[in-house]
Design a protein around this ligand. Structure first.
Ligand code: ASP
Length: 481
């Protein structure tokens, strides 16, 4: 999905205002002011896993009157071996699809909701809803419909508990018949419905196709719903409440107690997410980014923590308290490099093109391609390469007759990401120094023209140590200055 620049998005708003005739302009401005100064708050599954979590959520919402539009997930895990409601619903659907009785599994789902309702002392019953869902699953066991009911029911419970309006996402989030989101139609529908309401709970994760079928986003998709609602109401911020206090500078399974990233730009986030760091659904970025709305990742269990702010690239960073050179480090295993040698390679026109054509024809995309005078090495995903390995080697041999070709497996890529690297000298030297001290061999280095990240390739078994060393060099030692 392509990103729109903020400038462009603003122009779009302005143009759509100018396109309107005078009476319509007045309505447009009224709508704009109506929505001004509100926050969209999304709560993930672990934030709504039981009655106690619901209480925390209500307290967070009630503590700020701007938190008017709430997007809940379905109840998630209460403890590590617990099962998410969404997974239980998928299971019921699977059983229903094979004509097997699913009432026992469905009872567990009912018990979870009923437990929350009774513990919170809410005066409501979901019995009719349960009956309708069970009937529908028997008649037409559709996966998306089944999964969406987790959010739908949770939205009903939360709205009732908060005393907020309930807006069915099926009425405002619109997909085409192929299941692609219709963003413009959705934004219009959301605005039309919400502009008459002081507050609303809009369940995450699903919407409806123009043919009337329930359709979900991919897993974790309530993040996307929240982002769309934030875009539609021009929220001043999109708060995404979860069970961690934001993005961490490095993977906590590798670095002990890593720092939280205070502020990150959308572009930096893309780089880190690509390397496997994830808290947020990938598709949740576009709707808010295009509208210039920041995202704040917050922790429901520690609301006093500021969390991570995700902001546009032209954000004013002058008030930031932390000032490390790098923003984050992430690494991924599972790469191979195809190393090719040929004397006089540099003067052979089309050499690279012929090699890349072989990869293209075999459906392999490449990650990096550093080259020397007579050498070229191409980093690719091992799993993809393995399906066509011998064929690719044979075809490259045939196309460019190299002197030598070999594949090296077991490569890990490590991204060191930071907007401040551009204006800081010596970053790459420090990366190499920390690798040298740890006796880690750097197999590849790549610095993009944006100078937003440096990617290095190391052996998979060196990855964890490499991350720890870079963390020490750029975070711990900078704190001691
Ligand atoms: N409940 C859905 C899932 O488990 C969607 C979400 O939580 O965002 O994937």
């Amino acid at each position: 999905m392509a990103y729109l620049s903020i400038d462009f998005a603003e122009k779009m708003e302005y143009n759509s205002y100018c396109d309107k005739k005078l009476p319509e302009r007045a309505i447009y401005i009224k709508e704009w002011y109506f929505f001004m100064g509100n926050k969209v708050v999304k709560f993930g599954g672990s934030s709504l896993a039981d009655a106690n979590q619901f209480r925390k959520v209500a307290e967070i919402i009630k503590s700020d009157e701007k938190r008017k539009f709430v997007v809940p997930s379905a109840p998630g895990k209460r403890f590590s071996e617990d099962v998410k409601i969404t997974d239980m619903l998928y299971r019921c659907c699977e059983l229903a699809g094979s004509g097997v009785d699913f009432s026992e599994d469905f009872q567990i789902i009912k018990d979870r909701y009923n437990g929350i309702i009774s513990e919170l002392g809410i005066d409501m019953s979901l019995e009719e809803e349960f009956e309708t869902i069970a009937k529908e699953l028997k008649a037409r066991p559709a996966k998306d419909f089944a999964a969406s009911r987790g959010e739908y029911l949770n939205g009903k419970v939360l709205a009732s508990y908060l005393g907020f309006n309930f807006v069915d996402a099926g009425d405002v989030i619109i997909f085409d018949t192929k299941g692609m989101l219709l963003l413009d139609d959705t934004v219009k529908a959301v605005r039309k419905t919400l502009k008459n309401l002081d507050n609303a709970v809009i369940p995450g994760f699903y919407g409806r196709t123009t043919e009337g079928y329930i359709k979900t986003f991919s897993r974790g998709g309530s993040d996307v719903t929240g982002s769309i609602i934030a875009n539609a109401v021009r929220a001043e911020i999109y708060e995404n409440w979860t069970d961690v206090s934001g993005f961490l500078v490095a993977d906590p399974r590798i670095v002990d107690n890593p720092d939280v990233i205070e502020v990150i730009t959308y572009r930096e986030l893309r780089e880190l997410a690509y390397m496997g760091a994830s808290v947020l659904h990938e598709d949740a970025i576009f709707p808010v980014r295009s509208a210039g709305i920041p995202i704040n990742i917050r922790n429901t269990n520690r609301p006093e923590d500021a969390g991570t702010m995700i902001v546009s690239d032209d954000f004013d960073f002058s008030r930031e308290s932390l000032n490390h050179t790098i923003t984050g480090i992430a690494g991924r295993k599972g790469f191979s490099t195809i190393n090719i040698e040929k004397a006089m390679m540099n003067s052979e026109t089309g050499f690279g093109m012929k090699v890349l054509k072989v990869l293209y024809e075999n459906g392999i995309s490449f990650e990096h391609m550093p080259s020397g005078i007579d050498t070229m090495s191409i980093t690719v995903d091992s799993a993809k390469l393995n399906t066509v390995r011998d064929k690719v080697i044979a075809e490259i041999r045939k196309e460019v007759t190299p002197d030598h070709i070999e594949i090296e497996d077991g490569i890990a890529l490590l991204a060191i990401v930071g907007r401040r690297m551009k204006n800081t000298r010596g970053t790459v030297a420090r990366i190499f120094a920390s690798m040298a001290h740890a006796r880690i061999n750097v197999k590849m280095i790549d610095q993009g023209s944006s100078e937003l990240n440096v990617i290095i390739g190391v052996s998979e078994h060196d990855l964890a140590e490499a991350i720890r060393r870079i963390y020490d060099m750029f975070i711990n030692s900078e704190k001691m200055r």
